[in-house]
Design a protein around this ligand. Structure first.
Ligand code: UGA
Length: 406
């Protein structure tokens, strides 16, 4: 099939390369000329495991352009543009712009417009009014850091559609994944995406509150609690890692947008609101942990990406931490294997550790595991639980969710 992708962020690129690998011809459109130019020269705009290799291997079936008219005879076009939260509300301008541009260029009335961007319920219905062609809501559940893998092997494929035929075309497209397919209405598909992200954010905030409590009890480790409650299949072990809180380009914006959307509908999502509040307290809490061991000096922050295996720093808790430390008068240096920030001087791992008075682990990169021997004599705060506490010097070490060991 001839497949268009509008918006070349992580979702657009992962969708494009995976469908190209399946033999489809892809036309990727983005308004950012630099990004398109880079992609044409084989440069990936982001670090994502296996993305560059997939771009190279499928280059003959992928074309990048800023020109929407290249989509005029597409069988289907995915909208994968960003939907930022502005003043606590979702901004849908990029989705509607894309829909308007598509309505201008699509020459065939059987071209299908597929919305993958995260959008509040009611959006597909509005897009349908703009484009006239069939519209399918096909929310994305991939995670950054494993975007390609998640696109090839999703837990489920959700297809929200009014037209059975259009839904069938999208279902066939994803059949190779072998994932269960759930056919829904537009509104259900849009709701499922928000409910899923909000639930995961709630899970993390829940275990973070349990972690707070564990810190006040002797011999209590949140990791033991999380692991054990996770053995109950109704709870499941995932998204129970206590730490510095959730960040990234999705949870913070989606939970906010969902809460505002609910209020607009005359309902409250109090548990989601509480999860947001708990998440806001993570960084101040870690700063207070540091203060109890060191009141001034130089701090090395290990990790600036919002999670491992990505160079994405959007809404990164590590960056929020750097800002908070600086506001408290600490000098800050940082190291990350892939990500960069202007908020702190970026140095090598060795320099970061050796030049500082204290170390805070802010992102759980594998590279930070096994550093116990080097950190033993230093004030260390493990905000992502990558170190083995039994190998650390108790008087100089604090970890999220770990009570005093007696
Ligand atoms: C999230 C969802 O997991 C995806 O299913 C969804 O498709 C995506 O948002 C999206 O809406 O596009 P992502 O933001 O890439 O994916 O990252 P996650 O792995 O979900 O992590 C989000 C944040 O939660 C990170 O800051 C991570 O450090 C934190 N987290 C996650 C924890 O603190 N503890 C955990 O146990 C899990």
């Amino acid at each position: 099939m001839r497949v268009g992708i509008v918006g070349l962020g992580v979702v657009g690129l992962a969708t494009g390369v995976v469908l190209a690998e399946q033999g489809h011809n892809i036309v990727g459109v983005d308004v950012d000329e630099n990004k398109v130019e880079g992609l044409r020269c084989g440069r990936s705009p982001i670090y994502e495991p296996n993305l560059k290799e997939m771009l190279d291997a499928n280059a003959s079936r992928i074309k990048f352009t800023t020109d929407y008219s290249e989509l005029s005879d597409a069988d289907l076009v995915f909208i994968t543009v960003s939907t930022p939260t502005v003043n606590g509300r979702i901004y849908l301008g990029y989705v509607f712009d894309a829909a308007k541009r598509l309505s201008d260029v699509l020459r065939r009335n059987d071209s299908i417009v597929v919305i993958k961007s995260t959008v509040v319920p009611g959006t597909a219905r509005k897009v349908k009014e703009i484009v006239k062609n069939d519209v399918v809501s096909n929310p994305e559940f991939l995670r950054e850091g494993s975007a390609i893998l998640d696109t090839k092997r999703p837990d489920r494929v959700v297809i929200g559609s009014q037209s059975k035929e259009a839904g069938d075309v999208v279902e066939n497209l994803w059949r190779f994944t072998g994932a269960p397919v759930i056919r829904t209405s537009w509104e259900e598909a849009e709701m499922i995406k928000y409910a899923a992200n909000s639930f995961l954010a709630i899970k993390v905030s829940f275990i973070n509150e349990i972690a707070n409590l564990c810190e006040r009890l002797p011999n209590c480790d949140v990791n033991v609690v999380a692991k054990t409650i996770g053995l109950d299949r109704r709870i499941a072990p995932y998204f129970l890692n206590a730490g510095l809180g959730w960040g990234g380009s999705c949870f913070p914006k989606d939970t906010q947008a969902f809460v505002s959307f609910a209020r607009d509908m005359g309902e409250r999502l109090r548990i989601v609101e509480a999860a947001i509040e708990v998440n806001r307290e993570r960084v101040p809490r870690v700063v207070n942990m540091l203060k109890s061991l060191l009141t001034r000096g130089k701090v090395c922050v290990l990790g600036v990406a919002f999670k491992p295996n990505t160079d994405d720093t959007r809404e990164s808790k590590a960056i929020e931490l750097i800002r908070a430390l600086k506001a408290e008068g600490y000098e800050v240096v940082a190291y990350d294997p892939k990500a960069r920030t202007e908020e702190a001087k970026m140095v090598t791992l060795d320099e970061c550790i050796s030049s500082s008075d204290a170390v805070i682990i802010a992102t759980e990169w594998d590279e930070f595991r096994g550093l116990e021997e080097r950190l033993k004599d230093k004030i260390t705060i493990d905000a992502r639980r990558v170190l083995d506490p039994s190998k650390m010097e108790a008087s100089k070490f604090r970890a999220i969710g770990l009570g005093v060991q007696t």
